[in-house]
Design a protein around this ligand. Sequence first.
Ligand SMILES: CC(C)(COP(=O)(O)OP(=O)(O)OC[C@H]1O[C@@H](n2cnc3c(N)ncnc32)[C@H](O)[C@@H]1OP(=O)(O)O)[C@@H](O)C(=O)NCCC(=O)NCCS
Length: 204
Amino acid sequence: MFPNVRFSTARLAFRQVTPADRDDLLSLEASPEVMLYLNGGRPVPEEGLTDSDFLTPRGTEAEVFAAHEIATGRFVGWFGVFDDGIQHGLHTAELGYRLARRAWGQGFATEGAKGLIAAAFGPWGFDCLRAQTMTVNLGSRRVLEKAGFHFVETVFPNFPDPVPGQEHGEVIYEIRRGMPATTDMQPPGRSAPLSQCGVGLLAD
Ligand SMILES: CC(C)(COP(=O)(O)OP(=O)(O)OC[C@H]1O[C@@H](n2cnc3c(N)ncnc32)[C@H](O)[C@@H]1OP(=O)(O)O)[C@@H](O)C(=O)NCCC(=O)NCCS
């Protein structure tokens, strides 16, 4: 990812995180509601931060963007596009996001995800974005489906410290360059499983 990347959507301004964002980033991890589907809702003490990769970012990651509401300047959360390299012939990345509790329910996650998709398939040159969340994280799944992601499969990783709900597994979604967007959320059991990136063809 190039330095000094900035872009915006209708309501959100995005720029790469910096160490000066530390308090905003830590405030997300201090919220049990924000962390519910990440570590079971435990506020994260600062001394434990470096032990868990999924608790990043720390403010030095070029692939992570702080989102601020343009109208107010308030910190909304972060969005990340993590490069997974070439997979099945497609340049693939994983999309992630974490929003402040006060920002929920206003369409910001969906708007931000769509902005990241446009940048990823445009100037950043990715072919495929993937996303993973807990099966029971219905809000996040809804965001992915509203942004145009399609359900791929449910997996059951062997986490050393599973949190409540993990017995239902994790769902994998993907979107590829040129894939038509959808706004229809299928009930989990009826979602049409698609292939992994680059394997087979998508149905129209
Ligand atoms: C998940 C999260 C990103 C959603 O952010 P948001 O800005 O509120 O999302 P949006 O407003 O764009 O859309 C949320 C959608 O999910 C729906 N939703 C939210 N909670 C839901 C639930 N428990 N069950 C079903 N749908 C739910 C909303 O109704 C909305 O859909 P709608 O527009 O059709 O009504 C935010 O809650 C968050 O950051 N959570 C903590 C971190 C996290 O879980 N990240 C993902 C981990 S992979």
